[in-house]
Write a protein that binds this ligand. Structure first.
Ligand code: NDP
Length: 489
């Protein structure tokens, strides 16, 4: 026996493969007790406030402003001043400098932002660190590159900025949605008033520090916080454009409000995407894609693969593998680097998920949840799979926006297409097959704005994103994402 073999022989055999917790320190984040609105480059003391919390512990984090109509008007006025007195006349290369600076500062401070994003939103630090932050910076880098090339991007069309853009964003990707909205607006020469979601204002407020560090001229970006009333005040305000991401219901209300006003509008709304697994797919990879498709960010993803369509001949195999994989998902502390599924963003969202899951059981679907111990405080939901789902069930039609998958089956590609398209939404879809020709044919027939092949939930700033039908209209990302922020002669 060699020395090494002797040592190995004496080493204790690990009892199991559970992970030791590896929490990220929250010390890097310095929270203020109270935040105002960021208007004209200054902090405006808010008239009303509310408390924003950590959904994993229900602990209060800070007091945040609830912007009144008058405060929103001040922000719009500051954006107008900045637009008319300098920003819109700056050469594109100068605007680009600011965007590049913002991108670099976000990279430098990415750990701080990632921790704060997880604290305030409940998403696993692994995702804030590896997805949200790199992508947010990448959007600023990408659009910085276009700022001085608009004439080449839209040849012979003489692009001009619109003016002030009002932007209202949701709570599922707070900083990333901010980047999707602000980067193209500024690259195109507009100024901005943005409202983050009520439950996740903190990274947008920290971003104001970045704006100061980048020496962005005052008023070019204004951030007001508050609930839906603040969003509604922005929509009514003297702005040239509204960019909204959120629920279909609020999107429709905004569209009604803006009809006939001449304000431009883009809407990025809900989804109920089909993730289609053909029997020739690499099944182990497909199972990873299913997990990433629906359990990423607790399923709080508009393009989540929430309806799984599996070809009948591989159904049992796929479901067995999926159930086995679910038992290995770690649900818990968002700041633990091992966590796969974090906290549900709010009590309200948790109740919505619980309600739809109860409806799924009443309707007759079979539920599977892996054994899982949830923390005592905070908002949590166990990753869930529904089988025996009929197309008419509400869990097959409505956006649950949580870690809940509904599984349906199909026999032929035609049936897969018909079932996949049988939804009021049209945001995204996934196709898993080894045949390139099948990917192309499915991509042509699926009514969805984004279609992933043999992968899921992959994003890139150069790639346009947006939907059809009740998923909204207009595109964000890529050249397409600049167009809604420009007028053409
Ligand atoms: P909302 O559509 O209500 O929220 C999106 C944003 O709009 C938030 O900033 C919200 O403020 C604001 N808002 C609310 N009411 C108005 C209004 N009348 N005028 C202007 N702005 C308004 O989504 P919820 O957060 O309530 O989530 C509900 C459901 O919507 C989810 O369960 C999910 O199904 C879907 N959703 C879809 C998203 C997507 O990415 N497509 C993102 C988020 C939700 P406040 O935060 O105060 O409500």
């Amino acid at each position: 026996m060699t020395e090494l073999e002797r040592k190995q022989d004496r080493a204790p055999i690990p009892a199991d493969w559970t992970y030791v917790s590896a929490p990220e320190s929250r010390d890097i984040v310095e929270l203020r007790e109270r935040y105002g609105h960021f208007v004209g480059g200054e902090w405006l003391e808010p008239k009303e406030t509310y408390t924003t919390i950590d959904p994993a512990s229900e602990e209060p984090l800070a007091e945040v402003g609830q912007a009144t109509d008058a405060e929103v008007q001040l922000a719009v006025g500051a954006a107008r001043d900045a637009f008319e007195n300098g920003w819109s006349a700056l050469p594109g290369s100068e605007r680009a400098k600011y965007l590049f600076r913002i991108a670099r500062i976000l990279q430098e401070r990415s750990r701080e932002f990632a921790v704060l994003e997880s604290l305030n939103g409940g998403k696993p630090i692994r995702e804030s660190r590896d997805v949200d932050l790199p992508l947010a910076a990448a959007h600023f880098f990408y659009y910085a590159g276009w700022a001085d090339k608009l004439e080449y991007a839209f040849p012979n069309r003489k692009p001009r900025p619109l003016g002030v853009a009002g932007q209202v964003i949701p709570w599922n990707f707070p900083l990333l949605m901010l980047a999707w909205k602000i980067a193209p607006a500024l690259a195109a020469g507009n100024t901005v008033v943005l409202k983050p979601a009520e439950t996740t204002p903190l990274t947008a407020l920290l971003f104001c520090d970045v704006l100061r560090q980048a020496e962005l001229p005052p008023g070019v970006v204004n951030i007001v916080t508050g609930d839906g009333r603040t969003g509604a005040a922005i929509v009514k305000g003297e702005v040239e454009k509204i960019a909204f991401t959120g629920s279909t219901e609020v999107g429709k209300a905004i569209q009604r409000e803006l009809a006939g006003t001449g304000k431009k509008l883009t809407l990025e709304l809900g989804g109920k995407a089909a993730n289609v697994i053909f029997d020739d797919a690499a099944l182990d990879q497909a199972v990873e894609g299913i997990v990433n498709g629906i359990y990423f960010n607790q399923g709080h993803v508009c393009c989540a693969g929430s309806r799984l369509l599996v070809q009948e001949s591989v159904y049992e195999d796929v479901i067995d593998k999926l159930k086995r994989r679910l038992t290995t998902l770690r649900v818990g502390d968002p700041l633990d680097k091992n966590t796969d599924v974090g906290a549900i963003n709010s009590r309200q969202q948790l109740e919505k998920i619980q309600e739809l899951v109860a409806i799924g059981e009443e309707e007759g679907a079979s539920i599977y949840q892996p054994p899982c111990r949830l923390p005592e405080k905070g908002y949590w939901f166990v990753p869930t799979v529904f089988t025996d789902v009929a197309q008419s069930y509400r869990i097959a039609q409505e956006e649950i926006f949580g870690p809940v998958l509904s599984v349906l089956t199909f026999r032929t590609p035609d049936e897969a297409v018909e079932k996949a398209n049988n939804t009021p939404y049209g945001l995204s879809a996934g196709v898993w097959t080894e045949k390139g020709s099948r990917i192309l044919s499915m991509a042509q027939r699926l009514r969805a704005g984004v279609i992933w092949a043999n992968t899921y939930n992959r994003f890139d700033p150069s790639s346009p994103f947006g939907g059809y039908k009740e998923s909204g209209f207009g595109r964000e990302g890529g050249l397409h994402g600049l167009e809604p922020y420009l007028n053409f002669e």
